[in-house]
Design a binder for this molecule. Sequence first.
Ligand SMILES: Cc1ncc(COP(=O)(O)O)c(C=O)c1O
Length: 371
Amino acid sequence: MALDLPDFPWDSLAAAKAKAQGHPDGIVDLSVGTPVDPTPRLLQETLAEAADAHGYPQVWGTPPLREAIAGWYARRRNATGVNPDGVLPTIGSKELVAWLPTLLGLGSGDVVAFPEVAYPTYDVGARLAGATPRPMRNLTEFGPEVPKLLWLNSPGNPTGQVLPVEHLAKVVSWARERGVIVASDECYAELDWREGAASPGNLTAPSILDDRVCGGDHTGLLSVYSLSKQSNLAGYRASFVAGDPAIVGRLVEVRKHAGMIVPRPVQRVLEVAVGDDEHVAAQKRVYAARRAMLRPALEKAGWRIDHSDAGLYLWATQGRPCRESVADLAELGILVAPGDFYGRAGEAHVRIALTATDERIQAAVTRLTTI
Ligand SMILES: Cc1ncc(COP(=O)(O)O)c(C=O)c1O
């Protein structure tokens, strides 16, 4: 039986990409969120030191790694009750997003819900399990038929919207009353630009495991996290999930059978990376500077920026179809992602990534402001 998966949307950007590549000063590619800055030296050295890895690694992660992640939640996320038994490293978080419904045993007749403008892999994960994907605007849309799994994504990709503590707390109590599992994808939490959060060293965007959100009770809750962005580790596939130890225990069991194991040297890098706030603060300063250049240039060029309170993207609109905006920017040699990649409600926006070098961001600013 063939799987009912969507077409890979990036193929539809080929013409805009070719156009942008033809710019005399070269393309400024702001379409994908792949980090361009080097992996911090500390982490590269850790990888080298951990290179001798002759034995099989632990699926569940080493005890020091799981303790370090629990410590990071307490220190950075105001989640003091994370039990190291409820922590599991994953091979990047895209892998977990795509397989969580399957690992939870969901299938035909089960609904997996996710934001109506969202990272496409929530939908893919539901389809891989044979479950029903359900984009949703808010929880009142559900009648008696509730989802088995509800995805949140805060800070959101592509919108950069941050869900406040009160909102998350309401979702948790709604889900608890109905026995719905909540998985919250939070990988941009350290890149929070809101007033008070913008200076490095401050706390992050709230987690579903935050004491103020769930009262320290993690039953039915999972926080999904990735170091790809904040630590420039996308190539390492260094991520984790934390929360309800009973659910995580089930995931560990299936993953043991399926051979879904984070390599031992990467487990060691993860452990060191979550223990070091300095490199994250330094990377945040780099993105803050790029954002401070690009955002006003877009506004000067007539764009409106919506949400974009955190994360690596500007969610921008000219109030017309996204494909027209993509084509206009391609004329300037700037490639961006059309909002329709993320759902129909994104049709009037484009997603503009901050993941380009300072030199390329400056090139984009010059082109936008000298029209
Ligand atoms: C919302 C969201 N979740 C998950 C991921 C996957 O990250 P990774 O697989 O690198 O951990 C991304 C990457 O862009 C993302 O934006």
